[in-house]
Every structure is written in structure tokens, then in C-alpha cells.
Design a protein around this ligand. Sequence first.
Ligand code: C2O
Ligand code: CU
Ligand code: CU
Length: 538
Amino acid sequence: MQPERRRFLKLAGLGAGALACGRAAFGPERGVPAVPAALAQTGPDLELALEAGLEPIALRPDCVETMLRYRARVIAGDPAAVWDPGPPFPGPVLRARRGQRLRIHFRNALAEPTTVHWHGLEMPDDMDGHPRHAVEPGAGRVYDFALRNQPATYWFHPHPHGRTAWQVYHGLAGLLLIDPAESQPAEATPRELALVLQDRRFDAAGALVYDPTPMGFLGDEVFVNGRPAPELRVPAEPLRLRLLNGATHRSFKLGWSDGRPVRVLGTDGGALEPALDKPYAMLAPGQRLTLLADFGPLAEDGELRLEHLGFEDGAGGMMALATRLPLAARFPVARFRAAEPTAAATLFLPSLLRGAGSRGGWAAASPGLQPLPPATDRPTVRSKGGRPSLPTQDGPADRSFRLLMQQGRWTLDGRSFEMEAVAADERVALGAEEVWEWVNGSGGMGMGGMMQMPHAMHLHLVQFRVVGRDPDPRFAAAYATVRDGFVDEGWRDTVLVMPGERVRIRARFEGFTGLYLHHCHLLEHEDGGMMRNFRVEA
Ligand code: C2O
Ligand code: CU
Ligand code: CU
């Protein structure tokens, strides 16, 4: 038995027998997001109970694993704010309106410390799930914050130092959807579907395996909503797909089996206006995309597949990870079949219906679903000549961090995570608008070039715009397999930085002071120390 597994069984209080089987970039619209002024004085609009616990889950039909899972319930407020089709779907879906205040009574029913991080959201630093605020087993805490962000798909996941990847891999994750503050006519709204992409590995006996190296970990099977490459029954109409890459390490290059373009409605932190067509779309760990897919005109066999099209990550030699599903291979992620979904299908097809009960009733409906609108008080990414524009930013960045392997670990500029430490170049003035830059690798030849792989750089607190990419000519061939799939035109909180590449982002640090994190969202890298604090100071 692998040590990691033995440890888990011990933590779970289970013996083996319990297993069934083995700069002006923001434009004129800039401004502080308007949060209702009365917010601070009012009580919560929504009060929830949230627990992280152990749960036996059949990941495959004949195999039950002890997994980790969030459970949520509404204490006060809209009963439809928590939606959970149950396992194997990874976690409940929380849904609330922009401007609402959430109070979440969290309890840690795991056998190890954890925190809850609200990925993509602006909030006070003591609510953000920083590892210094770990919640001990059996203990609890209250997360209390307002939803200041634009309507989009966010998510929550654990963030205890050194254990984030393990906890996420074993099932801790959930979606948090922000709807517009005002309801909009339901008729104008496509039905929607959440798709949480992950990957997993099993041993010959069918037991779940997680044995990462410092480089990372790739599973052998892709899981969508907790099921391996499922077939999903969808109504023959346009659907809005909310995608989350909830894998610890694997990036996806998503395209359609019939070659149609990928229509992107939104990114991590907001909507694109108008929608944008890409030949394929990259989705790095932690990132979200909202797509529009029309299941009306399907191919003759009646099936449309969302596929991973395969890309070269530029990582060679010792950087390459063992997997039966290489990044360079093409394989189906999910198969869609047009048919009115049956009750059984809904379990694996979490239709997030609100106000669409008159149109099928294949999930509990509740009032008031709205289309993703442009935000009004913060710049939505608007078109220039009919297409969302990509702002560019030349000149020196305000901060630059090299993504380096040193002494066998991934670092930011040679530094590893320290729980409370903040370096001089990690202090940010409240209200500042800054360009940050990540440079992937040493820039030199030789081992420096060999010791590179893509990283998915993530900032807490802010949504940012990607304002520049300088690919490395040494990796031109690999780069050509991904470059048309970056959705840099929208608001992002996580960005893929390819080997040798220099990526610049622009963010405004406003709303809160305190200690936040920047890190690689390849979770094995994060746990290995490729993470640092930054402090916003008034
Ligand atoms: Cu989704 Cu600090 O992470
Ligand atoms: Cu985050
Ligand atoms: Cu990384």
C-alpha cells in the first residue's frame, strides 16, 4: 500500500477493508466597483452551513472510495442558493447575486486542517482562506463576505499549506456562481450546464492513486462532474456551459469534434461582449470559461464531443509526467447527445436552472435566471470594431517574477512560500494599478531550458487583464499548438505561462488591505512552495 494511501485510510479512520475494491489598459470605465453602501451595516442576505467531510463515493460503477466532499445547506435566505446533485458531482454549487452578503458557517469534519478559499473573489484577507487561517479538525469558523465581483463562475477549494493538491484531488471543490444584482427575463436565457473537469488515476485493483512528484501529477482518465468522460444528454438547443478546470495539474485544449469554433461568452471574472469565437480554448487549472454550444444541429451520429485536442507543453526530459493520457494526445472529454434529459441523467448533468421550469423541468427550478450581462460599474471587455480588444502594455513591468526550479523545487524568483513573510517587492499600495510580469525560466540555454514546464499563475484578491505575451523562440513549435486558444481578452485571475514565455498582466489592487497570495495553480507546485504572500498596504 502506498504511504499516502495508508495515511489517508488512517486519517479517514478506516482500514483497508472499508474499500470496496482497490496602464490605461482599463480605459475610461475604470472605477471602484460599487458595493451597496449599506452593506456593512446590514446582516447577511444568505446564511449557509458548509462542511468538509469524508464520504464514500463510487467513482466507477464497481468501486467505492472514501473521498472528501463539501456539503452545504441554507440556514437563511433563498433555498435555491445551494444546489447539489450529490456525489460523484464534486461539491455543491452555491449561487447568489452580486452585492449580496454571505455568512458561511464552516465546519471541518476532516482528520486534518483545511481552509476554504473563494477563488476569484475580492474579499477581506481574513476571509480568503489563507493557509495561516487553517481550521483544525473538528473545529469551525465563519466566513462572512460580500459578493463584490462581476457575475461569472467562481469556485471554492481548500488552501491548507502543503495539502491543497491532495484535498482537491480527493474531492474538495465547489462552484460559486454570481448572478447579476437585478433579475432579467428568463426567456432570454439559455439553459446551462456546469462542467467540472478533473483527472484521476487508478491502480490495477481499481483503487484511486495520487502519487505526485515535485513536477506534478497527471491522471489516466478525465473526469467530468465526477464521471469518466461521460455521455451527457442535452436538449437540442443552445446551452451555456460553465467550465471549471478543477484538476490539480492538467491543462485542457478544448475543441468540438465537428470542428465548429468554440464560442466564448465569459472568462474567470466576467463576460465578453460580444462573444468571441476561437478555434479552440485553453483551460488551465483554476480557470473558468463560459461557452455557448448549440446542440440543435448535431452530426449524423447524433453526438457532439468536447475534446482535448492535444498540445505540446514544451516540457521535456525529467519534466515529462507519466500518464496514459498525454497532454499531446487527442481524446474526448465529454460526449453530448441530444435528447430530453431523463431524471437519471440529471445526476450527471447539473442543469443550473432558475426560472426555466416551464421548459422541461429536468431539475428543480426556481425564479429568476438571467443571461450573463455586461457589468455596468466595471469595464466588461467591450468590442473594438466588433471584437473584444486585447489591451497591450509595453515597457517595464512594476514587478517581475521568474518561475524557476531551484534545488529540486519550483520557486518564484528563487523564493519559496513562507507563512507570514512578505518581501520588499511584494508590498503593493492600496489602489495601485500595476503591471506584473512572470518570466518562465532562466532565459538561458542548457539546463535552464530543460527545466521548464507551463505554469498557471494566479493572484488572489484581483481580477486582471493579460496585457502582453512574449513567447520564447526556443519553444516556438510547442507554442504554436496553444497560442490560438488563450482567452486573454477577458477578465482573468489565472493565466497560463508557457516555457520561456514572458506574460504581463495588469491589475488594480483596491477594496482591501492585507495579506494575499500569488502562486502557481498547478497545485503540486503550489504545495511545493511556488507561492508567496503579497501585502496590500494603505
Ligand atoms: Cu484557487 Cu490560491 O487558489
Ligand atoms: Cu484563488
Ligand atoms: Cu507551476
